[in-house]
Design a protein around this ligand. Structure first.
Ligand SMILES: C[S@@+](CC[C@H](N)C(=O)[O-])C[C@H]1O[C@@H](n2cnc3c(N)ncnc32)[C@H](O)[C@@H]1O
Length: 193
């Protein structure tokens, strides 16, 4: 089975070329991107949070699935890499690109909870996990990728991933599913009750 998505976001080729030119190699892969677009499409007027914009490939997939009434906030520490996303996606009125530390942003955010949280950096995943989960609305989804071990992982990262998975599996208020697919995903859905 060919499991790569057929419908790519229009901005993706240009974003990808810019990211490659800047030496940025941490963008989500197409299968995760396709899933992001499908999950975003499942939430009309959805509120979506991405932690770690990178060059904007994940944001482009999310925007590709979102309807006109949905909104995306994407937070990135590195202004230079986020500038690529800003150039190609910044004119879309549905997206707010925030430059700053994701942990500080999570601590300071006082708005509505989110229907989908794609936690794709340290804060919201390896730090500030409880705060990120607190911001998932009932029935909402928390999604992380990059869980399949890689040879280049630093010592201790595999153990940190296992601790993270165990913490999510232990949460009685979320139903978690781990997927040995793409780069290794975990999706946790907040119970409605
Ligand atoms: C895996 S990449 C994001 C890829 C992007 N979500 C995508 O799907 O294409 C992780 C990003 O997190 C950013 N980052 C690292 N530390 C951060 C922090 N403390 N707060 C916000 N972003 C951070 C990095 O600069 C990097 O661009």
């Amino acid at each position: 089975m060919d499991d790569t998505p057929g419908l790519l976001p229009p901005a993706l080729p240009a974003l990808r070329a810019k990211a490659a030119g800047a030496g940025f190699t941490m963008s989500c892969d197409d299968r995760t991107g396709g899933l992001l677009a499908a999950l975003a499409a499942a939430r009309p007027a959805g509120r979506i949070l991405e932690l770690g914009t990178g060059a904007g490939e994940g944001s482009a997939w999310l925007l590709g699935g979102m309807d006109p009434d949905s909104r995306l906030i994407s937070v990135e520490l590195d202004p230079e890499v986020q500038a690529i996303a800003r150039e190609h996606l910044g004119s879309d009125p549905r997206v707010t690109l925030v430059t700053g530390d994701g942990g500080s942003w999570l601590e300071q955010y006082r708005g509505e909870p989110f229907d989908l949280v794609f936690a794709d950096t340290w804060p919201g995943k390896f730090t500030h996990l409880d705060r990120a989960l607190e911001l998932v609305a009932p029935g909402g989804i928390y999604l992380i990728d990059d869980l399949t071990p890689r040879p280049e992982w630093p010592a201790g990262h595999g153990a940190a991933v296992e601790r993270l998975s165990a913490r999510l599996a232990d949460r009685a208020d979320f139903r978690s599913v781990r997927m040995a697919w793409s780069t290794g995903l975990l999706m946790a859905v907040r119970s409605a009750a």
